[in-house]
Design a protein around this ligand. Sequence first.
Ligand code: SAM
Length: 430
Amino acid sequence: MPTTTPHSTVATRLSSLLETVLQTPIPVRIRAWDGSTAGPADAPTLIIRHKRAMRRILWQPNELGLARGYIAGELELEGDIYDALDRLQALVWRSPDVKDLPFHTVAADLVRLGVLGTQPKPPPEEMQVTGTRHSKRRDRQAVSQHYDVGNEFYRIVLGESMVYSCAYWTSDEPGYGLADAQRDKLDLICRKLDLEPGMRLLDVGCGWGSLAMHAAREYGVSVLGITLSGEQADYARKQVAEAGLTDQVEIRIQDYRDLDDGPFDAISSVGMAEHVGTGPYKEYAEILHGQLKPGGRLLNHQIGRLRLPDKQPHQPRSFIDSYVFPDGELAPIGTTVGLLEEAGFEVRDVHALREHYARTLRAWVANLESDWSAAVRLTSPGRARVWRLYMAASALAFEQARINVNQVLAVKTHRNGVSDMPPTRSGFIA
Ligand SMILES: C[S@@+](CC[C@H](N)C(=O)[O-])C[C@H]1O[C@@H](n2cnc3c(N)ncnc32)[C@H](O)[C@@H]1O
């Protein structure tokens, strides 16, 4: 009984093995470790560089198994990454539980291909958090693992504006790029908040300080920006000092649950509430409400999911939870609006920016790809692969309306119900 397979047949055997396991035709071209190919000629190629990748997929025939193979460099995608991921997600959704794998029908091929064996170790880039979910300590760990991976790496991905949230693309003119769209987003937020000189703005989850600085410079407000990331705070403070804004902008490493400086005239929370979690969200909304003056506005900019997921009793840990945003949680916009209202806010406007996030993510992926070797040098090949995969997959998820992003403008009304809002929408959205 031969233990190896003739070269010309490895890819064919692999694709039929995968089709049996995943119970669907392979939607991509496959190139195996011996150079043989199979599958549709005009499709992007999934390169299986190493037998170990097959072991991973067999042990974990789901999103995480495929992602781990890619992060470890055992799998490679050739061709348009968005097209490749779009095709591969059909496989991921159909993948059976490992206990349901039809080993009896594929056993002979598994032996011939030499892909049987123990489960490979996960790539080291996996993020580990300990303690009680959404305790302050664990949230700090989760934030640090995602954001404290090097400001220079983020500079490559995010570009000069260092804004890590959905941009607002107001033009299709050539020459109008990510930095313009991020500036337009920051300005949109300032206008929605009706910032005026002398006001105090609280920016919860301030990142690298871009909104705080824009608001201080362009609108003459003083800003407290809080973040849990030490590297972000270092970077933001340096930028604030260089811009001569130290009198107006304070950057602090602080958890939103420890805020004690209110009341503020306005509050922004941009790309931060995804870290809060559904459990603590009510408290989060109440804290922001408590930190705001009557008549003050909150701009909450947050990713949400459009639908409730199908009921699956054994949801495996997702790629995003394991390698990207441990403990991050997405809620439908209706839940977010409801919880803001419960906390006492009057919700005045919900602005869906879904397509804008897809475009932003594509710009970040392009930035990363165009400076790939520097990104790898500054982090690790695995880390750069994690970011490329998560951002491309997220772009697709926004495009396909599986997730969304919304700016919710809410007000803390005066006791008598007066909102201080203009009578028409054109008063705050230009
Ligand atoms: C995706 S970044 C967005 C940064 C910035 N607002 C922007 O748009 O570029 C999320 C931010 O939320 C902060 N954050 C997450 N959890 C937090 C918490 N419990 N308290 C304070 N900040 C938190 C992170 O430190 C990070 O600065």
